[in-house]
Write a protein that binds this ligand. Structure first.
Ligand SMILES: *[C@@H]1O[C@H](CO)[C@@H](O)[C@H](O)[C@H]1NC(C)=O
Ligand SMILES: *[C@@H]1O[C@H](CO)[C@@H](O)[C@H](O)[C@H]1NC(C)=O
Ligand SMILES: *[C@@H]1O[C@H](CO)[C@@H](O)[C@H](O)[C@H]1NC(C)=O
Length: 590
């Protein structure tokens, strides 16, 4: 008996004293691997071994479940915590890693000769560690080979890998390591084919564009030539005058070296919203983002002109997130790793005060984003929501999928192609309509995620659609996945000033800023009444605020060689719950 307990004691001491350096770092397991390089990318060359870059390690968030349940509670209009959004410090505490995770990752870094104290960056919660490494060092750490990959369509080069591994014991401590297998085919959701040179007859008639249009008599011309007056009438914002402009803000996240132009906004106001002439927006540059006023971007101008058109005089901010300089073979200086969502999210989550409304008109095909990466980014949007921001994303411009819609898992099956971040359950995804009265626009992105499960807030709304659909398209989409879009807005024929000239632009890129403008006005109303802003919208809009939307009941979104889904009564994966009616929503949320 005595023997036995002594023996146990010795064993306990031995294991407690086991030095960290003795951990088995050579027992590695694959973290993520591609079967083939993402479509459009090809291996170009081998990067120099001494090329330096910043490796980011996302440590597992210890209280992620609590963050997500807090997000749902503060966003659920029937919950006692509704509107009690979290502070930056509260969110940082929930996303902090467990001390064991920090210890394990730091021991692994030390094993590779990296002093954790030399980290380039640590997020306030400690869940991100960025370290500067050489290619050779990264290849040893991740048991991989990096390559320089070329994307012909955009003529861009990135340093990435087809797969990476981590020591088995780190898998429970690390969510994702980047840059590795996310190649970013990030594209603007503005359908370039819808950019048409404006005819002079439409440009000349400034007076009629600037004039208010009665919501009771929205002219049919608004269905093809969309101006601020059209949208303000269609969505009933014309009569609302913002009051909380000292507190309320609207943010536009821009990528791919797109810059919003100050002079074009003035021209736009002179033509289409004369009461706003002189109104401005702020430029914030993130991680090497630029602001070249000589090079106006179509997407950037569309976004800022239409958020301003609806929300003026609410302060608007355009965030220009760097993606350049591109990889330079001959340079040993660390290059930007070109992972725009992470750069922007890490920047914005580090701010104490953030805009109450955001819009982003960019996305990738979900299958081109590694699932570990997509999950990490999606959870970062949950942080923004928990802090009280509403996040709008365009649903995409390819209906149920563009191109051949083949899977990239080696089986080459044809399936509908959901878009990310549109498919993230913690954002509000915006599809498109056209004409007056509105019908679904055929390119409106919509469908079901293959990564994210259907969140409970939309279960009751999505079920009737699926029941009606029966077995149609079975095998082509994932009926248990997060369904989108959530809502929609006009998407065709937006009059945008670019380089001084008015151009007609379309895409769900136009719909997302439109809905963001309406949401910013709702936030203005709530804040001016001394109430909290709306925050994460989905639990609200699928329940008590459902009747604040105009149900769009015709049209469809073909793609992948299929007829696509059909809009009908209630929620559908073409137009979601419908288009916003500000006055009705104001009464419902007030
Ligand atoms: C909003 O405008 C539409 C016309 O676009 C109109 O039918 C509707 O009644 C308006 N809603 C309210 C609450 O006035
Ligand atoms: C985060 O914010 C703090 C305080 O404003 C600042 O000192 C720090 O540099 C910021 N970090 C990043 C990466 O922006
Ligand atoms: C469908 O979505 C679920 C999440 O609800 C996911 O776990 C599953 O892998 C998906 N299946 C397919 C075939 O995409």
């Amino acid at each position: 008996m005595l023997w036995l307990s002594t023996f146990v004691l010795v064993l306990v001491q031995l294991s407690a004293a086991k030095p960290l350096a003795g951990k088995r770092w050579d027992d590695v397991a694959v973290k993520h691997a591609w079967v083939e390089p993402p479509r459009g990318w090809e291996l170009h060359s081998t990067p120099p071994e001494d090329h330096l870059f910043d490796m980011r390690i996302a440590l597992k968030q210890n209280k992620l479940d609590e963050l997500i349940s807090s997000l749902f509670e503060v966003s659920d209009p029937t919950h006692a915590r509704y509107g009690k959004h979290l502070s930056k410090e509260e969110v940082d505490a929930l996303v902090a890693p467990h001390p064991d995770s920090v210890e394990a990752v730091e021991a692994w870094l030390e094993h590779h000769g990296i002093n954790p104290a030399d980290a380039e960056f640590r997020s306030a919660g400690g869940e991100w560690i960025t370290i500067r490494v050489s290619i050779a060092q990264a290849e040893r750490m991740l048991n991989t080979k990096y390559g320089v990959y070329h994307h012909a369509a955009s003529d861009s080069y990135v340093v990435r890998t087809m797969e990476y591994s981590l020591p088995a014991e780190l898998h429970s401590h690390v969510d994702v390591v980047t840059p590795t297998t996310y190649f970013s085919t990030l594209r603007s959701m503005r359908a370039t084919s819808f950019v048409l040179p404006q005819t002079s007859s439409l440009v000349g008639d400034a007076e009629s564009f600037a004039a208010d249009i009665s919501p009771l008599a929205v002219p049919a011309s608004c269905g093809s030539t969309v101006t601020p007056a059209c949208l303000r009438a269609m969505y009933n914002t014309t009569s609302y005058v913002p009051k909380a402009t000292a507190t309320n803000k609207l943010g536009v996240a821009g990528y791919l070296a797109e810059f919003a132009n100050d002079a074009d906004l003035q021209t736009f106001f002179q033509k289409f919203r004369t009461d706003a002439v002189g109104g401005t927006f702020s430029h914030v540059q993130v991680n090497g983002g630029q602001n070249s006023q000589t090079n106006p971007g179509i997407e950037a101008n569309l976004d800022i002109q239409y958020t301003e058109a609806i929300s003026f005089p609410t302060p608007n901010i355009y965030y220009s997130t760097g993606g350049s300089p591109p990889f330079n073979q001959d340079s040993n200086t660390p290059t930007n790793t070109n992972e725009p969502y992470l750069d922007w999210l890490n920047f914005i989550l580090n701010q104490t005060t953030i805009p109450q409304t955001f819009t982003t008109s960019y996305g990738d095909d979900e299958q081109t984003v590694p699932q570990d990466y997509a999950t990490t980014v999606c959870n970062m949007f949950a942080q923004l929501g928990a802090r009280g921001s509403s996040i709008m994303f365009s649903s995409g411009d390819s209906g149920v999928g563009g191109g051949d819609c083949l899977t990239n898992d080696g089986t080459n099956r044809k399936i509908f192609q959901p878009a990310f971040p549109a498919s993230c359950p913690f954002v509000t995804t915006v599809g498109g309509t056209t004409r007056v009265p509105e019908v679904a626009v055929s390119f409106s992105g919509g469908g079901f995620s293959r990564y994210f499960a259907q969140p409970s807030y939309q279960a009751a709304s999505v079920a009737p659609f699926l029941k009606n659909l029966g077995t149609k398209f079975s095998g082509l989409f994932n009926a248990t996945g997060r369904a989108y879009p959530d809502v929609s807005a006009a998407a065709n024929g937006f009059q945008v000033v670019i380089g001084g000239r008015t151009t007609s632009v379309g895409g769900t890129s136009a719909s997302s800023p439109t809905v963001a403008g309406v949401v910013a006005l709702l936030n203005d109303f709530l804040i001016s009444e001394g109430k909290p802003p709306l925050g994460f919208l989905n639990p609200l809009i699928y329940s008590t605020a459902k009747t604040g939307f105009n149900d769009i009941t015709s049209g469809s979104n073909p793609g992948c060689g299929q007829t696509g889904f059909t809009a009908g009564a209630g929620w559908d994966p073409v137009t979601g719950l419908g288009t916003p009616d500000f006055l009705r929503l104001q009464a419902l949320v007030g």
